[in-house]
Design a binder for this molecule. Structure first.
Ligand SMILES: Nc1ncnc2c1ncn2[C@@H]1O[C@H](COP(=O)(O)OP(=O)(O)OP(=O)(O)O)[C@@H](O)[C@H]1O
Ligand SMILES: C[C@@](O)(CCO)CC(=O)[O-]
Length: 517
């Protein structure tokens, strides 16, 4: 993905935000000026106990900005069509966004409330920190400070260490495994919040709900990373948000900033992510992704005309950890370097061949021959993943059932070790065969998902008000507040309340960066 510059200082009238270009050097840290320059805040020196009024500073003091209204961001999950695991080792992967999404509600507190709260009801996690107590000086030390436009490719062990005390009282009464997940979520948030934010950051609450099954290979963690990055950058006015007539270059720059910080969040959760999940979740649609040098941004080739493939998505309901599966392949590569390198090369060739087929001008999703060529490559890719040791008996069972009915080609998607499989369905499969398969899957405890591929990436609902074509629209739409967001029942309730589609086409309110050109 290229880093493009937006037109400088241009105001766009949207949200009262301003757009800006990326500075050459970190001289204009918009995240804060008060706590990096000196101890003087509003003319009062702290630390000495003496109170001095400084008239010049007082005059220059910025007018306090009005409190932000509540707003929402949303990001899609993904399927990897080809190249998972190989992509961690510098090979290409093809991934597409799906219509299952995460939704984050951001509410700003009154000025006197100096706390930040993370609320993740899907995993029964909530925690509040005092903003003033957080280790700002360590994160903002000149040797450590990062900026909204920085490219961060590894976590700083000293910074990771300095947030540990703030994880100590996270979910103390939960079982160890769950507590670890909560601490991981809290840690990734704090790392990004402290990197981007400042001591003068407004008190706020981040509440997240998702319709994506967790740890199922559909990129649930990346959607949270993307939502958090987009929310923080929006609060900092480091991105303007999508707006009508936004030049594609400006949209790309903002998408790039979100993606860079989402990657930092993913690093905290996974250790060694390739970045494909957060990239496709940010950008939407479908991409060919490759990261050959971890110190540089990846190469991302968008596939704007990704075909609408007839896919069946099945969740084995076997939970897995991406970090664990990635580490497993890493270990295998260490033990058998040449052999594993040749498997990864083969995966790369499969991905290349499928990118070629999927981008053919005359690719036709109703043609058995077109689908068979892609399907055969999926079967080969799955076989190579099996040889890397990342399948699972339950994934093999789905493949067996599909193969038995002879209705398509199946591979695992994402990290494997459980999670989801995708089946490319043959055209013209009889309803009765499909019904039989679905019944069998149901009987054996698998879960089937309906989803469409290649939808929008990260989006913003500013303010958190939606129009639904209902009565309340006459009064300006329906306000999404914390209570109704938390009490929406299940995935359907969340979709009905805040969904980008709401079941009846795109709703008025959600906006998406348009980067196509
Ligand atoms: N709805 C959610 N609410 C809060 N945290 C979540 C949610 N969904 C995912 N997470 C976080 O993401 C972690 C799961 O990430 P993991 O990478 O293992 O699965 P995935 O992202 O679904 O799969 P993959 O990386 O293979 O696509 C959870 O442990 C949790 O920290
Ligand atoms: C297994 C993996 O290739 C895909 C996870 O969705 C890990 C990664 O790319 O970071």
């Amino acid at each position: 993905m290229t880093t493009q510059r937006a037109s400088n200082g241009q105001t766009n009238g949207h949200n009262g935000f301003h757009s800006e270009s990326e500075p050459e050097s970190p001289t204009t840290d918009i995240t804060d000026s008060s706590d990096t320059s000196s101890d003087i805040v509003n003319g009062i020196t702290n630390g000495t106990g003496s109170l001095k009024l400084n008239p010049r500073r007082k005059m220059k003091r910025k007018q306090s900005s009005p409190m932000m209204p509540a707003f929402m961001v949303s990001a899609p999950g993904k399927v990897i069509m080809f190249g998972e695991h190989a992509v961690v080792h510098g090979k290409a992967a093809i991934a597409a966004s799906i219509s299952l999404r995460s939704y984050l509600l951001v509410t700003t507190l009154s000025k006197s409330k100096r706390t930040v709260t993370l609320r993740f009801p899907d995993i029964d996690f909530s925690h509040t920190w005092n903003i003033d107590d957080l280790p700002w000086s360590t994160f903002h030390h000149p040797s450590k400070k990062k900026y909204y436009y920085s490219l961060v490719t590894e976590l700083d062990p000293e910074l990771v260490a300095c947030i540990q005390p703030f994880l100590a009282d996270v979910s103390p009464d939960k079982p160890a495994g769950i507590r670890k997940v909560h601490q991981n979520s809290a840690g990734s948030f704090l790392y990004m919040f402290l990197s981007l934010g400042s001591k003068s950051f407004p008190g706020c609450q981040y509440t997240l709900r998702s319709t994506i099954p967790i740890g199922a290979g559909l990129g649930s963690s990346a959607t949270i990373a993307v939502c958090m990055a987009a929310a923080l950058l929006t609060q900092l006015r480091a991105i303007t948000g999508p707006h009508p007539d936004q030049p594609a270059d400006e949209a790309r720059l903002q998408i790039e900033r979100i993606n860079r910080w989402a990657y930092v969040y993913e690093m905290f959760i996974h250790g060694n992510p390739s970045g494909v999940d957060n990239t496709v979740s940010t950008q939407g649609k479908a991409v060919v992704f490759q990261r050959t040098d971890y110190d540089k941004p990846p190469t991302v080739r968008p596939l704007w005309d990704f075909p609408e493939l007839p896919l069946l998505l099945v969740d084995t309901r076997v939970p897995k950890s991406t970090a664990h599966e990635v580490a497993k392949v890493g270990k295998l590569k260490q033990r058998h370097p040449k052999l594993v390198a040749s498997i990864l090369d083969s995966v790369d060739k499969v991905t290349d061949a499928s990118a070629e087929i999927l981008t053919e001008d005359d690719f036709d999703t109703s043609s058995e021959d077109c689908l068979a060529r892609v399907g055969e490559l999926m079967t080969i890719n799955h076989g190579l993943l099996v040889s890397l040791g990342v399948s699972h008996p339950r994934l093999e069972r789905v493949r067996e059932l599909v193969d038995h009915e002879g209705i398509g080609w199946t591979k695992l998607t994402g990290a494997g070790g459980g999670g989801c499989s995708i089946t490319l369905l043959k055209p013209g499969v009889s309803r009765s065969k499909l019904d039989r398969l679905e019944e069998q899957l149901d009987e054996e405890g698998f879960q089937k998902f309906e989803t469409t591929l290649g939808g929008d990436g990260v989006g913003v609902l500013w303010p958190a008000v939606l129009k639904n074509g209902m009565d309340e629209d006459e009064e300006g739409g329906m306000e999404i507040d914390l209570d109704n967001f938390l009490s929406a029942e299940g995935n359907e309730g969340v979709e009905r309340l805040v969904g980008v589609h709401g079941g009846k086409g795109e709703r008025e309110g959600w906006k998406f960066w348009r980067v196509e050109s």
